[in-house]
Write a protein that binds this ligand. Structure first.
Ligand SMILES: Nc1ncnc2c1ncn2[C@@H]1O[C@H](COP(=O)(O)OP(=O)(O)OP(=O)(O)O)[C@@H](O)[C@H]1O
Ligand SMILES: [Mg+2]
Length: 224
């Protein structure tokens, strides 16, 4: 199987001197293409830090992290932003939708960043909102939607530009049991249909059945 992510001996610390925290202490991780991988572990174990390095949001202090063979954290800033915008989709705990834009406009954002013309971007957003099961919400504003519906909009926004990797940080933690399962089922279906790779950081045991493999972090290390 072909790896999409290869992390070798990643170290990351925050702060200096007596306040220094070793968030990651020598993490090795390989994720294969089309896999659904869970990162689990106690609060403060380094899950979000690792996901952020994989997704090019944070830069490691040492070690190497390759996405499809590219070391994105050592690209010049603009190239890194562009690379991230093309290759990765993000889903967070808080849905991060822009309240003054309609759902369709929110979903279109990654395409607009890539300079796709507005009309085409909105047409494609409508199609993706259909894929995530809420075609009737295209013209609604996010605050008129339930939490589960807002997370569907966020997922639509994460996949609209056909990225190869979707990273999710606690995607179900603000959702009730059934909604959380529905959102994960949707993500998993999309991943299969579009040949995506999914990395999910979670505390949520409901997500375990969706994983191909689970890595457990403790104190900045993968322990199993
Ligand atoms: N920006 C930052 N500045 C200082 N310390 C940080 C920062 N981000 C993370 N840390 C520290 O690094 C360690 C790992 O944090 P991280 O957020 O990766 O953990 P986590 O496993 O995602 O936790 P949680 O489950 O609570 O989200 C923690 O000790 C945290 O306090
Ligand atoms: Mg976290």
């Amino acid at each position: 199987m072909e790896p999409i992510i290869v992390c070798k001996n990643i170290h990351k610390y925050f702060g200096e001197g007596s306040t220094r925290v070793n968030a990651l202490s020598g993490v090795n991780l390989t994720v294969n293409r089309k896999e659904t991988r869970l990162l689990m572990g106690p609060s403060g174990s380094g899950k979000t830090t690792l996901l952020s390095i994989i997704a090019g949001i944070l830069t490691q202090d040492s070690g190497e992290c390759l996405l499809s063979g590219t070391d994105i954290n050592h690209l010049p800033d603009q190239e890194k932003t562009d690379y991230r915008g093309i290759h990765i989709g993000f889903v967070f705990q808080i849905f991060n939708l822009i309240p003054t834009l309609t759902c369709m406009e929110n979903v279109a954002i990654p395409l607009l960043i890539q300079k796709v013309p507005l009309k085409e971007a909105l047409e494609r957003a409508r199609i993706v909102l259909n894929d995530v099961g809420i075609p009737d919400k295209a013209d609604s504003f996010p605050n008129k939607l339930s939490g589960g519906q807002q997370q569907r909009v966020a997922i639509a926004r994460a996949i609209i530009h056909a990225p190869e990797l979707i990273v999710c940080d606690e995607p179900t933690s603000f959702l009730d049991h059934n909604t959380g399962i529905k959102v994960m089922t949707l993500l998993k279906d999309l991943v299969a249909k579009k040949d995506l790779t999914l990395i999910v950081v979670t505390h949520d045991p409901r997500i375990i059945p969706f994983a191909d493999k689970i890595d457990q972090l403790e104190d900045g290390k993968i322990v199993s």
